[in-house]
Design a binder for this molecule. Structure first.
Ligand code: TNX
Length: 515
């Protein structure tokens, strides 16, 4: 054994990697810039992950990466652990950098060399977006022929990347049908993989109220016990909501809670009849149908505003994100002057509780603050008006972005009122230019809403959301000049191993040649 000492040291021999091409990997969203250097970083059991010392939030990003690598490859990589037994030949270093080239909090730079991967970002959010790219760069197949153990060959080169829009969201309607905490978490996992940064939860509607309000317990006792089609409904306790918020935060995703009002409020008024407008509004009763536009809060009763002050205060207190969505759509039985009075009062309550109000485009009929954000779904003129007044706009154009519209005539779930939206139509347009009168600087970002009249579980949710939501991820992140359906559909087809591993029930549109 003594004789062996020097001779037995493993020789650091150069591996001859097969030629790789970083620019050819099917990344979604497509990065701003990729530069290939055609060699490989060999990910294996000897790889270690280190994170910056200057910002403690980066360590969680490193741990998230390690968990996801384990799920994909089975490798168990330490984070910030020096292991004497390992040669430490290969390091992934997630670094906090103040480089001026990192222009947004979510920008990142990925430098992949043979022996190291360096990920630079200004913030942990940027690092988190960067590790999604890294996850996608890890091949499905190992190379088992180069050395005596498995290697996952990551192509070398550079990725320089940043988002097009600061806001990239989906919305889930948990009111028409209730979705469990685990179902919401699964949706968040997939959104995170494609670099979304916000999820809007539509927490109340005519058919159900879905969030515990401690000062008004009947909202969930009565209002939470129904849904479209007559199912049992459900609601999130505040602890469960906090759990969703925390899960989203680990993925650098902001939750935007919505209480829709003054219309879409049958479930609330059923719980507390004093809130009900009377007049043209239907008398509250359990509603399991899909009609809209028949309910309204009373807009001249102090009790209504005392109620809303409690609701908004309690939700704001457990929502770390900056936004509170007040709905405001389809209040067809609220008189216009009452609607305006209501929106202006509620906006002030939201501001008082420290949140930025968001509302559907109808709220621009009122004299809203320029700090309020408008979500455009069907009335360009109201969005243009709000933009002129200084408000930022979230683009959610129904005929392009509504995930609840059918794909085509053979789609199983979905509605058709805004048309059918095939996967290519959803992908092939530009939010910055589709409305000439809307200045590009006012666009905060995009959001793809998923209304749930026709879906009630993850399987059905995924059928409508995917693959369209993957295209919206690219629309929200990548430069418009990168958008090319013929090239994108090849990358989309290559998402199948990931979607299968996640057990995502995507719609296998015939527009794509699936593997
Ligand atoms: C319109 S979009 C609605 C929702 C429905 C949806 C169905 C919007 C702000 N309101 O109440 O669920 O259509 O597609």
């Amino acid at each position: 054994a003594v004789v062996c000492l020097a001779a037995c040291q493993p020789k650091k021999k150069e591996i001859n990697f097969p030629k790789t091409d970083l620019a050819e990997v099917a990344l979604i969203p497509k990065p701003v810039k990729t530069i290939a250097t055609h060699s490989a970083f060999a990910l294996d059991a000897g790889t270690v992950i280190f994170t910056t010392q200057t910002d403690s939030n980066f360590e969680a990003v490193g741990k998230f990466l390690s968990q996801k690598i384990k799920l994909k490859t089975g490798l168990n990589l330490g984070v910030n652990q020096t292991n004497e037994e390992l040669p430490m030949e290969r390091v992934v270093y997630i670094n906090q950098s103040d480089s001026e080239d990192l222009k947004t909090p979510e920008s990142y730079q990925l430098y992949i060399k043979k022996d190291s991967i360096l990920l630079n970002a200004k913030t942990a959010a940027g690092a988190f977006r960067g590790i999604q790219t890294l996850r996608q760069l890890i091949p499905e197949q190992t190379n088992d022929t180069l050395v005596d153990h498995s290697l996952w060959l990551i192509p070398t080169g550079k990725v320089l990347d940043e988002p097009r829009y600061a806001y990239r969201a989906s919305m889930l309607d948990v009111a028409r049908h209730f979705f469990t905490v685990d179902e919401v978490k699964k949706y968040l996992d997939i959104l995170a993989y494609y670099k979304y940064n916000a999820l809007h939860l539509h927490l109340s509607d005519d058919q159900g109220w879905r969030i515990e309000i401690k000062s008004w317990p009947k909202l969930t006792e009565v209002g939470g016990a129904s849904e479209v089609g007559g199912g049992e409904g459900g609601f999130y306790t505040q602890e469960e909501y906090k759990d969703i918020v925390a899960y989203a935060a680990e993925r650098h995703i902001t939750i935007i809670p919505e209480i829709d009002m003054p219309g879409h409020t049958n479930a609330a008024s059923l719980s507390y009849p004093i809130l009900h407008a009377g007049g043209k509004a239907d008398k509250p009763r359990v509603r399991t149908d899909m009609l809209v536009g028949y309910s309204s809060f009373h807009t001249r009763k102090d009790t209504v505003y005392a109620f809303l002050d409690d609701v908004i205060r309690e939700i704001a207190a457990i929502t770390p994100g900056p936004y509170f969505h007040i709905g405001g759509d389809e209040s067809h039985v609220t008189k216009k002057k009452d609607y305006i009075h209501f929106v202006e009062k509620v906006e002030k309550i939201v501001l008082k509780h420290g949140k930025t109000p968001v509302g559907w485009n109808e709220i621009a009929q009122a004299d809203i603050s320029s700090s309020s954000v408008l979500q455009l779904w069907n009335e360009p003129h109201n969005a243009v008006k709000a933009a002129k007044n200084g408000s930022k706009i979230i683009v959610s154009s129904a005929e392009k972005m509504y995930l609840d519209m059918k794909y085509d005539s053979i789609s199983e779930y979905g509605l058709t009122w805004a048309g059918m939206i095939p996967v290519d139509v959803a992908y092939n347009w530009d939010p910055n230019t589709f409305l000439e009168e809307l200045p590009q600087e006012s666009i905060l970002g995009i959001e793809a809403p998923l209304w749930s009249e026709t879906i009630s579980n993850s399987t059905e949710l995924e059928y409508l959301a995917f693959p369209r939501a993957i295209g919206f991820a690219e629309m929200g992140w990548s430069p418009a000049t990168h958008r090319n359906w013929d090239e994108y559909k090849l990358r989309l087809a290559q998402q199948v191993p990931y979607l299968s591993r996640m057990e995502v029930n995507f719609y296998p549109t015939q527009l794509v040649d699936w593997p």
